[in-house]
Write a protein that binds this ligand. Structure first.
Ligand code: SAM
Ligand code: SF4
Length: 459
């Protein structure tokens, strides 16, 4: 919705790339600018301020940002001819990593801010309107940004049924390939009371499911009102006591931080969904060591075994990188074997892409691009077979589905199974926000279709 002409409100357009944490951060930046009169608008032409919230995790991130900035410059110049100013801000991990480079290549940018300084955005906007030059803030300030951000206004997804809540930021693990410890800074957890308060507000606003977010979410260690430090299992237990909150998920976890309490929580907490994204990256001990992951393939398999003992139906997901420097055919085969041994419900896989400043980027034995391509294809074909097999195994079963919105076709609604599968049925809008049993009838390419069990009972 555009700000109405003539009113004192200002338009804000945020473009978000990358992970759910960036989606969350974009919502928080919108919140922080609200007291200054900024309201979301749908297009840059209607915006007095445009924020690019960027991601640096893989290749060509910076190039995408520069080409978007090129387009925005045209908009900014056109608005200027009508006497309207546009504040252009670049936020997120590309801003953190390439702050000065951005200002050198795109001097029409007004603000560059890293992920740790969003709470200072109003001050930066004020400085940008006073100053002739650009404002840059890519510090890792001592104060925690969470302490300075205003309360969440509402759940962030349309329909408001599922919400994302960042509970942890940054990472101290320094995997060889990854920019996160450099762009997001040291690991920090939000205090328990603030997480619980935000979760309650989300539930009051209609959320039935909350996904807890963090780069290393299961490393969570938040100061609690009882004077202790709570891990993720204890936090999930407290969250599951919030009336109306039916489902809890968390992402992304590191295998090393999967402790006994969290494994037991998958057995004991019905609200904790039987789906876990637990990236392993590689199945070769040599490469896991080169990646600085801190565990072996056998330790990962043991962890999977313990998780399945605790929650036999748990669906597993992972991230894989092919072509890390030094990866041989035998290393790659070890990854394929690990995949066969585990059986994943879904997974994300990437070709290794050198990130400047990370140890692997300068390593010898970079793997040629065509080899990476071939490995990625083989790996994705295997993962696809496993994903299809997992989904096929749910056909004929009745699953509780949390409906989150309308489907693509008229009369259709869609939602998620406990295993995070997308499910569509023909059904009334009144079921959106409800958990209802669905008999799964068919597997489609990336989703399932089914029929409402309730409706069949009345038919
Ligand atoms: N903290 C999570 C973990 O340790 O598994 C991962 C967070 S990272 C934002 C998401 C995924 O991006 C990683 O799991 C990895 O597979 C992928 N990734 C990170 N850096 C990469 C790189 N340089 N090249 C290719 N993929 C990369
Ligand atoms: Fe990056 Fe995850 Fe490794 Fe941290 S644990 S350095 S976020 S891949």
């Amino acid at each position: 919705m555009d700000a109405a002409p003539g009113d004192m409100r200002k338009g804000l357009h945020v473009i978000t790339w990358g992970c759910q944490m960036n989606v969350y951060d974009s919502a928080r930046m919108t919140d922080v600018l609200r007291p200054l009169g900024y309201r979301p608008v749908d297009t840059p032409d209607a915006a007095d301020m445009v924020i690019l919230n960027t991601c640096h995790i893989r290749d060509r991130a910076a190039e995408k940002v520069f080409s978007e900035l090129g387009r925005l410059r045209v908009v900014k110049d056109a608005r200027a001819t009508q006497g309207r100013r546009t504040v252009l801000a670049v936020a997120g991990c590309v801003a953190q990593a390439e702050g000065r480079e951005i200002l050198a290549r795109a001097p029409f940018v007004d603000i560059v801010l890293g992920p740790q300084t969003y709470h200072r955005l109003p001050e930066m906007v004020a400085r940008a309107s006073r100053a002739a030059g650009a404002v840059i803030d890519t510090d890792f300030p001592a104060e925690q940004k969470f302490d300075f951000l205003p309360d969440t206004q509402a759940p962030q997804t349309p329909g408001g049924v599922t919400s994302f809540l960042t509970i942890q930021e940054g990472c101290d693990k320094f995997c060889s390939f990854c920019v996160v410890p450099y762009t997001r800074g040291a690991e920090a957890s939000r205090p328990v009371a603030s997480v619980l308060a935000e979760a309650r507000r989300m539930v009051d606003a209609g959320a039935r499911e909350i996904t807890l977010l963090g780069q290393n979410v299961n490393a969570y260690h938040g100061a609690a009102p009882d004077g202790r430090v709570w891990g993720l299992a204890r936090l999930a237990e407290a969250l599951s006591a919030i009336p109306g909150l039916a489902r809890i998920r968390y992402t992304t976890s590191h295998p090393r931080d999967m402790d006994d309490a969290l494994i037991a929580a998958h057995r004991d907490l019905p609200a904790l969904m039987p789906f876990l994204h637990l990236p392993v990256q590689s199945g070769s001990d040599r490469i896991l060591d080169a990646m600085n992951r801190g565990h072996t393939a056998a330790q990962y398999l043991e962890l999977v075994h313990r998780l399945r003992e605790a929650r036999p139906d748990i669906a597993l997901s992972s991230d894989f990188i092919v072509g890390h420097p030094g990866e041989t055919d035998a290393d790659f085969e070890a990854t394929m074997q690990l995949i066969r041994d585990v059986g994943f419900a879904q997974a994300f896989s990437f070709k290794y892409s050198p990130r400047p400043g990370t140890p692997a980027a300068g390593a010898a034995l970079q793997v040629p691009e065509p080899v990476k391509d071939a490995r990625l294809q083989a790996l994705q074909a295997l993962l696809r077979t496993q994903q299809d097999a997992f989904n096929d195994a749910t056909v004929g079963r009745t699953l509780p589905v949390l409906f989150t919105g309308r489907g693509r076709k008229p009369g259709q609604i869609s939602g998620r199974s406990p295993y995070l599968q997308a499910v569509h049925v023909d059904g009334p809008d009144s079921l959106i926000g409800q958990i209802t049993d669905v008999e799964i009838a068919e597997r489609l390419t990336n989703s399932l279709s089914g029929t409402l069990v309730q409706e069949r009972a009345f038919a």
